[in-house]
Design a protein around this ligand. Structure first.
Ligand SMILES: [Zn+2]
Length: 714
């Protein structure tokens, strides 16, 4: 009989040369774990490894998680020399061409690497050499801290499966701990025994824990809390009593954005409440039925709650109320809890095991942010639209050379055009180059938007600009004049597939920067909210607003083209009817420059003719209107960028109509305003310098292109 090959393998790309990639491979085709079921699956996680070498320093390595795949129907052929597994693989995210994998594992020597060949239509095969990495599929740490009031043995659960008579008659007799329970699931769980904090809960005024207090305790006591997430770490707390004393255990750690107490990331911690009546009879060496029942419940509680950290839902939430799983409740399974214990085999069900072992990594690993919430391997039928575009799940660990940050005002009114600011900041002690254009139109940034319904879409710009990259050199980290950073504003409301923020609700935005070579750097996940229409008027305008003509007019920054006339009229109507609102101000700001600009279009004979001279007066009115609204906001700092943009546009319009002095004073006013609102001196000085340079235009002014606004550093 062939030697079992199941377990994990980990190795690097061997061909094609040039790219540096790691593959974490899991083979699950035969039995190597006691009591473990064989799922007949193979799965893999792909990482890109980037090295940055600064002179005189050890090389900095960034590991960027790229994507995961699964092979659902492996064909396994074993002969004396080797086991060969072949099959089609499916990527969790995105549409990939048909892809097959061939994995050959030599029988000897025992540590011979698996040779993996991935073949995609039309691309050259990729090969990896992956030495074995143990019989488990994934490995993680559990840290358990204890409250002083309940710091007595047992802290961790132990239970002999034959201790109580309610059990399946053929159940294997074994002693289960939480490590063993997960071990049978194929997960190597190591308890961080050296990290056990005793949390003092003896204050007289304190009696029970709230979710927020638990989260707070986790931030203070979880030794692994700092640093980059996601990672394979869980925090458990053995506590006294929960606010609701009927609760014996909780997975308390979900992000504030989902109604929980904490910030993203989430799924890092759980608590078991020792003062719950379930554990009244819990003792170190249980003998009576009551003591054994408590020990069994204790084990179940730990295993169940930590199961949530892998993003497992309850059995009934998954429409499997009869599932004989750790994730079921004995009192929910049947009218009598004994029915559950008579049939329960102390295991997760196979669907859950498939998720834990082979699920899409971002939806299994702890500390996935709200971005990946709700992503389960076992997606219900009809949820195909929930599949993600490529790159949406990219995450990085290690020393990232550049920090990429997405920000914006936190709240947008309904119909208010949405833009974000993207900032690249050098984290190294040497200068580093970044793409100056930092924009999806130039292909060096991809922006993903998670819509209120959970669907993640890639923002697709209308135009794709093929241009040599304009490179900006960022000074070493911490430069006093802020020259270690570079930022751009990106308009996201409208793109190739229509409007991206057309429904009220919560949105998440993440960008991935594609630097020179293979560099991929994901940004933070930025949350913003789009409000509900505040008036019947706004709701009515939505009908015309969310149209091609209006979207295109907004995208182009205002256009006198006859084809977009309806769109421009709608935008002017928004400006007029929702006067004083941010929606009106942003629309006005967006189109002001375009309204004032000269426009050329083709006549009947297809000859480019000068069409109109641009309506400077109307443009100035729009600019003025927008400026007033931005400056009247309660949190003016969020509007510094739009203020600067529109004030600069206004100055240029003034200059164009011959008002040199006014143009100059507009810029001086702008510098003063921004200085008052916390903008760095380097920026305000630049504006003052620009003001001083303003001169009467020569006969032909160089036209400022909308697609290349002045560079900003802040
Ligand atoms: Zn639960």
């Amino acid at each position: 009989m062939a030697v079992p090959v199941s377990g994990s393998y980990r190795g690097f790309l061997t061909a094609p040369a040039g790219a540096s990639q790691r593959l974490d491979l899991r083979i699950d085709v035969d039995k190597r774990i006691d009591e473990g079921s064989v799922l007949q699956r193979v799965s893999g996680d792909v990482f890109s490894i980037d090295k940055v070498v600064a002179p005189g320093q050890p090389p900095k390595e960034t590991e960027v998680y790229l994507e995961s795949w699964i092979m659902e129907h492996p064909k396994v052929v074993a002969n004396g020399n080797a086991t060969t597994i072949t099959g089609e693989i499916r990527f969790w995210n995105a549409v990939h061409p048909k892809t097959t994998a061939t994995i050959r594992i030599p029988s000897t020597p025992a540590d011979a690497p698996a040779a993996v060949t991935i073949e995609k239509q039309s691309s050259p095969p990729a090969t990896y050499s992956c030495p074995p990495a143990g019989k488990f599929f994934r490995a993680l740490h559990l840290e358990v801290d204890v409250c002083k009031s309940v710091n007595k043995e047992p802290i961790l659960p132990t239970y002999g499966t034959h201790s109580l008579k309610e059990r399946p008659p053929d159940l294997t007799n074994r002693t289960l701990t939480i490590e063993r329970a997960y071990g049978e699931a194929g997960i190597e769980m190591v308890i961080r025994g050296d990290k056990r904090d005793i949390i003092d809960d003896s204050a007289a005024s304190f009696s029970s824990w709230s979710d927020a207090e638990l989260h707070n305790a986790m931030e203070a006591h979880f030794s692994q809390y700092q640093g980059a997430w996601p990672k394979w770490e869980i925090w458990g707390l053995l506590a006294g009593e929960y606010d609701n004393s009927n609760v014996g255990g909780v997975m308390f750690d979900y992000a504030a954005s989902l109604g929980g107490p904490g910030k993203a990331p989430e799924r890092q911690g759980f608590a078991v409440f020792r003062k719950h009546f379930w554990f009244d009879s819990l003792v170190p060496n249980p003998k009576t039925d009551a003591e054994l029942t408590a020990a069994r419940k204790f084990l179940w509680c730990y295993t169940h709650e930590s199961g949530h950290a892998f993003n497992l839902l309850h059995s009934w939430d998954k429409n499997r109320p009869k599932s004989l799983s750790w994730m079921n409740y004995d009192w929910k399974y049947a009218s009598k809890p004994e029915e559950y214990w008579k049939a329960f085999r102390f295991r997760f069900d196979d669907e859950e095991l498939t998720h834990i072992r082979h699920g899409n990594r971002p939806s299994v690993i702890m500390g996935g942010d709200p971005w990946s919430s709700g992503g389960h391997a076992e997606a219900p039928p009809g949820s195909e639209h929930l599949r993600m575009p490529p790159g949406a799940m990219t995450s990085a660990t290690g020393d990232v050379p550049i920090d990429i940050e997405v920000s914006s005002q936190p709240y947008f009114e309904f119909l208010e055009p949405v833009s974000i600011e993207l900032r690249a900041r050098n984290l190294l002690s040497i200068p580093i180059n970044v793409s100056g254009t930092l924009h999806p139109e130039f292909g060096n940034v991809t922006v993903y938007v998670r819509r209120p319904d959970g669907r993640i879409v890639e923002y697709m710009p209308i135009s794709c600009k093929l241009a040599e990259d304009n490179i900006v050199e960022l000074s070493p980290a911490g430069a006093k004049d802020s020259s270690d950073r570079h930022s751009r504003s990106i308009f996201l409301s409208y793109g190739r597939y229509g409007f991206y923020f057309d429904e009220p609700g919560q949105y998440f935005v993440r960008a991935v920067y594609h630097g020179p070579g293979d560099t991929l750097i994901p940004s933070n996940v930025h949350r913003l909210r789009v409000g509900h229409p505040k008036s019947v008027e706004a709701d009515r305008l939505a009908q015309d607003y969310f149209s091609y003509e209006t979207g295109a007019a907004l995208y182009l920054g205002g256009s006198p083209s006859q084809y977009l006339e309806d769109g421009m009229n709608t935008l002017l109507e928004v400006v007029d009817r929702l006067k004083g609102s941010l929606a009106a101000a942003k629309c006005a700001a967006r189109i002001a420059y375009g309204v004032g600009r000269t426009f050329h279009e083709l006549d009947e004979k297809n000859i480019v003719r000068r069409k109109r001279g641009g309506d400077t007066k109307e443009a100035l009115q729009l600019a003025e209107l927008a400026l007033k609204v931005f400056q009247a906001q309660k949190k003016p700092r969020h509007f510094n960028i739009p203020v600067e943009r529109i004030a600069r546009a206004k100055a240029e319009l003034l200059l164009r109509s011959g008002n040199v002095t006014q143009a100059r004073s507009e810029m001086t006013k702008l510098a003063g305003y921004l200085h008052k609102h916390g903008v760095k001196p380097s920026v305000t000085k630049k504006i003052e310098a620009d003001a001083a340079k303003i001169k009467a235009p020569k006969a032909k002014t160089a036209r400022r292109s909308r697609s290349a606004p002045s560079r900003k550093k802040r």
